[in-house]
Design a protein around this ligand. Sequence first.
Ligand code: ADE
Ligand code: ZN
Length: 339
Amino acid sequence: MDLYQHLQKLPKVELHLHLEGAIRPQTAVELARKNGVSLPHSDRPDELYDYNTLDAFLDVYDAISKTIVKVDDFRRITYEMLQSASQSGARHVEFFISPHAHEGVPFARQFEGIRLGISDAQVDFGVTSLIIPGMNRELGPERGEAYLDEILANRGDDVVGLGLDYFEAPYPPEPFAKVFARARESGLKLSAHCGEAGPAAYVRGCYEVLKVDRLDHGYNVVDDPALMAELRDAGILFTCCPSTTQFTTPHRDLGSPSHPIRVMKQAGLAVSIHSDDPPMFNTDLNGEYVIAMDQMQFSAADIKTAVLATIDHAWVDETTKRNWRQDWMPEIDAVINAL
Ligand code: ADE
Ligand code: ZN
C-alpha cells in the first residue's frame, strides 16, 4: 500500500476549505452550460483551472461561483465537496462560503441548498459539517456590516464562525475590528486569512485587533520572530495549505528547508494541514498530508500532532471533541504507528 492509501485511513478534520473553491471542474462546466453562464478562458474542464497568482486564481474563483444559481446547484456542490473530503478521510468539515460571489442569488436560497447538501452527505458518508461565511476584505468594512446582517438573518446552529478572505495586500485587518467584534458578540467564532499575500503585521493585526480564534495560512509570520514566539506561546492554530503556496505565494518549492510551513512547525507553532480549494489547486485533503510527509519533513509524530490539533481547535463543544478523541484514537494510532 502506498503512502496515499495508508494516510487515507487517518481520521481527519478539515478546517480550511472554501466551498466555491472545491467545485469540480466538470461540475462547473456542466452548471455553466445549464445556467447559461460563460466561463473564463476555457469551458474545457481540464483547462479551466489555469492561474499562477492569488489575483488570477480569485478571478476564476469568482467566475465559477457565478455558475452556481439554483438551490440544487448549491446542494450538488456541497454534497460533492463533502464526498471528496470524506474520501480523503475527513470525519468533520468546517468550510468557508462566499455568498457575495453568487451575484444576485439570495442568501436564503444559497443556505437552503448548502444545508440539503450537508444533510445528504451526513447520511451517505457520515461526515459532519459546519459553515463559516467568509467576508471578502476587498469589499471593505461597511459592506462587511451589511454582510454580517445577512449572515445573522440566515443563521442556524450550523453557522459557527466568520472568516476574512480574498486579496490581502492592500486591505489590512484593522478596519474590520468593529464588524468582527459584533460577530463575536453574536456568538460567532472568528478566523482570518493573513500572511499569505500580506505582511507579518497583518498576522499580528488579525490576532491582536480582530482577536481571531484561528489564523488561516499565516505564512509571513516567519518574517517576525518575536510574533512567532508570541503566537507559539498563545497556542493559536495556523491552518496551513501546502499546495496553495505554490499558486498564491512566492514559496513555490515545497521541499525547501526555508518553506514557511516547515519553519513554522520547527519553531513550535501549532500548524495543521488543509486543502483550501482542492480541485482548483489540483489536490485533495489526503494529498496535502502526503505532501507534508514526503516534501515538508513532517514525521509520523508531527502528523499525529497536526491531526490532534485539528480536533482541539474545531469549533464544536468539548464533549464532541472528547468523543472524537476516544473513538478515533485507535484508528489514528494504527495509522501513525505503521508509518
Ligand atoms: N479564497 C479562496 N482561497 C483563498 C486564498 N487562498 N486566499 C484568499 N482568499 C481565498
Ligand atoms: Zn483559504
